[in-house]
Design a protein around this ligand. Structure first.
Ligand code: FAD
Length: 213
């Protein structure tokens, strides 16, 4: 048993309060849609959060993080569920799978992708202009989760190194609920902590990185 197991459930009234602020679904255990938000690919660690939030944009992520902070609850992030390490009991799960924005700047060879994008989606868009993103071996893996863990590709690894080293900026909601645009110049400590720190320093809502030709 951990401290998180001792946290009380979120009440329907509390969930309803957050639902007024969020555009995406806010779901308690047992409610329709809760299981779909908690669905994972890797079944090693089933997710059982006190509340699941299906974020559609950065504002939803901010609302969920502020809610969790007010209640003293941990926050977990999920896109595909390929690598969850904690059941999130007592916590707030933020599912980013609806955040699908992709912008390709062909001249600068850059892709800006939102947190719910998987590699296949950005590969398809980048290929239209003759570019390839810094993807790994599996097209169904999330771009954010992969890149925030470093991201070492069997295809690009030898020539390009870690995917994380090709990131130019990160949009991240930190524990105070603020949305920050972070670059190596604006906040180098947070920038480099996020690249390798996975979900430990905030919820990344979008990232911009270089593509290869
Ligand atoms: C089939 C397969 C092949 C793989 N191949 C490679 C490979 O070639 N090279 C390589 O380096 N890795 C590889 N991986 C590992 C993969 O990069 C990690 O499992 C990665 O964490 C998956 O991210 P996800 O978003 O898909 O999974 P999720 O389970 O949704 O997320 C995993 C973790 O990432 C963090 N996270 C996700 N999104 C965010 C966010 N928006 N903000 C903050 N934190 C976030 C959270 O801590 C979360 O718990 C592979 C994995 C699989 C299953």
């Amino acid at each position: 048993m951990t401290f998180d197991d001792l946290l009380p459930p979120v009440s329907p009234a509390e969930a309803a309060e957050l639902a007024l602020l969020a555009t995406g679904p806010v779901l308690l255990p047992g409610e329709e849609g809760y299981d779909a938000e908690c669905l994972i690919y890797n079944l090693n660690v089933p997710l059982e959060p006190a509340l699941a939030v299906g974020a559609v944009d950065a504002a939803d992520v901010q609302a969920a993080v502020r809610f969790a902070a007010r209640q003293g609850r941990p926050v977990s992030v999920k896109t595909t569920g390929h690598q969850q390490v904690h059941p999130a009991r007592g916590g707030v799960l933020i599912n980013t799978r609806r955040m699908k924005g992709i912008t390709i700047d062909a001249d600068r060879r850059r892709a800006r992708v939102e947190a719910g994008v998987i590699w296949q989606e950005v590969m398809d868009r980048a290929a239209e202009v003759g570019l390839a993103p810094m993807s790994g071996s599996a097209p169904l893996v999330g771009v954010a989760g992969y890149t925030l863990g470093g991201g070492l590709s069997p295809v690009f690894g030898r020539s390009q190194g870690y995917a994380a080293d090709h990131v130019h900026s990160l949009e991240v909601v930190t524990a105070d609920g603020e949305l920050r645009h972070v670059t190596p110049d604006s906040d180098s400590e947070l920038f480099w902590s996020l690249l390798g720190g996975k979900g430990n320093f905030g919820v990344v809502t979008a990232l911009e990185s270089t593509c290869s030709r």
